[in-house]
Design a protein around this ligand. Structure first.
Ligand code: DX5
Ligand code: ZN
Length: 233
């Protein structure tokens, strides 16, 4: 994208608080606490099969949909996403992301999600290389690159995984693809700049938002840090 001055313009960064780090007994209040500051609400669905952890599923997403206008960024850490993912699109999710490792025909599922009215996201876990998936990125709206091993919040950010972000960003730029590159895991005030410099433009943050005294202010601060890093200032 070029502005009228001929300079390359970068879309504003997306910050998506993860409710995994919220108080599940007060979920509606926790969502409202970030409503004015967040771009998307990141919802981690874990099934105790694809990952060892177990979180929430469709009924909770359906109930939450009624209490906020925030777009839902649903991150499915589940086996058999073909069976479950379209239900999240039908429930009104803005973006539905499933894991490359869990799906043998990601292009087909992306098409189904788009036909159901959602954006389609492809997630790449810690130990999965990005290269085999570069050629199918035109079928997707978001690429979620894990910066930890998927499964639990509160883990330490792994900077080496940003090499995948750099590779993806080069590919997206070369192909002029319309694709958000999202990072997830250990994103906080001391790590977000390096992720933005590597080329990420959407940032999931659980602990850094819900562990803060003022979650909305934490979201704004993260966005400002990412924006400055992306602009190189
Ligand atoms: C973990 C989840 C993340 C998690 C991030 O597998 O996908 O979205 O909530 O939590 P933090 O930001 O605490 O690393
Ligand atoms: Zn996530």
């Amino acid at each position: 994208m070029r502005s009228y001055t001929g300079r390359v313009t970068v879309p504003p960064p997306i910050v998506a608080p993860s409710i995994l780090a919220a108080d599940f007994a007060r979920l509606a209040d926790e969502v409202r606490a970030v409503e004015d500051a967040a771009d998307w609400l990141h919802v981690d669905v874990m099934d105790n099969h694809f990952v060892p952890n177990l979180t929430i599923g469709l009924p909770v997403v359906q109930s939450l949909r009624a209490v906020t206008a925030l777009p839902f960024d649903v991150h499915l850490m589940i086996t058999d996403p073909r069976r479950w993912a379209p239900g999240y699109a039908d429930a009104g999710a803005y973006n539905v992301t499933f894991h490359a490792e869990a799906c043998d025909n990601p292009v087909e599922l992306a098409r189904d999600l788009r036909s159901a009215g959602a954006k389609a996201g492809l997630a790449i876990d810690r130990d999965t290389p990005i290269e085999p998936y570069l050629e199918i990125l035109p079928s997707f709206d978001t690429l979620l690159i894990m910066t930890i091993k998927a499964g639990f919040g509160g883990q330490r950010f792994i900077p080496q995984l940003l090499d995948k972000v750099r590779t993806a960003r080069r590919h997206v730029a070369a192909g002029h693809l319309e694709l958000r590159i999202e990072v997830d895991g250990g994103i906080a005030a001391d790590t977000i700049a390096q992720a933005a410099e590597a080329g990420a433009d959407a940032f999931v943050a659980g602990t850094a938002v819900y562990g803060a005294d003022d979650p909305a202010e934490a979201v704004r601060r993260l966005r400002a840090l990412a924006g400055r890093a992306a602009a190189g200032v």
